[in-house]
Design a protein around this ligand. Sequence first.
Ligand code: HEM
Ligand code: HEM
Length: 177
Amino acid sequence: MQIKNTENHFGIVAITLHWVMAILLIGLVALGFYMVWIPISLEKLKLFGWHKEYGILALILVMIRIGWRLGNRNPSLASLPRLEAFAARAVHYIFYLFMIALPITGWLITSAAGLPVSVFDWFVLPDLVAPNEEQRLLFQQIHVWLSYGLIAAFCCHVSAALKHHFINKDDILKRML
Ligand code: HEM
Ligand code: HEM
């Protein structure tokens, strides 16, 4: 398999980044909803810590992914009807928006709560804002609504991929495998 994308297939770097980030994002959403729901305990604090660290890892990976994508054209969607190709591209761009906005709003919630964001004991990120309860609640609301948006885009994306594979029987899913 090629390292870079070609006209008809994603390359190994784009495929690896796609699937690693898909697993990471699904895990972060599940962990996020679970950790806010359980009662205050040491377990809850540990899960919050993991959520923040892996969330920042997602931010680092999306930067690498954007860099890679800028130097690599995605395989063509010319075989699709125009509206479908437009919808597919729109969902891809919306995903990039979520992949950036979710970790940043998470970081903002933590700074507004007056807490540090430590990343796997490698380094501590600077505070983005001063502690402020009103702002914390606002960023929290934005973070939750972005998560709902991510889930909605995910449902469209996966159902489209499965439709292409099982109904249209084309190679759209295969070229990401
Ligand atoms: C792509 C990355 C991320 C995703 C998909 C994600 C998703 C979620 C979800 C689904 C929740 C539960 C929302 C709720 O019901 O309140 C949540 C909560 C939270 N997230 Fe994230 N998150 C991400 C990154 C981050 C990062 C990087 C941080 C901090 C550095 C962070 C900090 C928080 C905090 C503090 C909460 C709890 C908010 C509360 O108390 O209600 N998140 N996140
Ligand atoms: C587990 C379910 C998933 C399946 C079956 C799936 C399938 C695919 C397929 C088949 C493509 C190639 C479309 C094309 O040929 O243009 C693709 C591209 C893409 N997917 Fe997914 N995907 C999944 C999860 C996700 C998640 C969770 C995200 C969000 C982070 C995501 C973000 C993207 C993006 C941004 C692209 C465009 C290519 C790129 O820029 O890397 N996918 N996906």
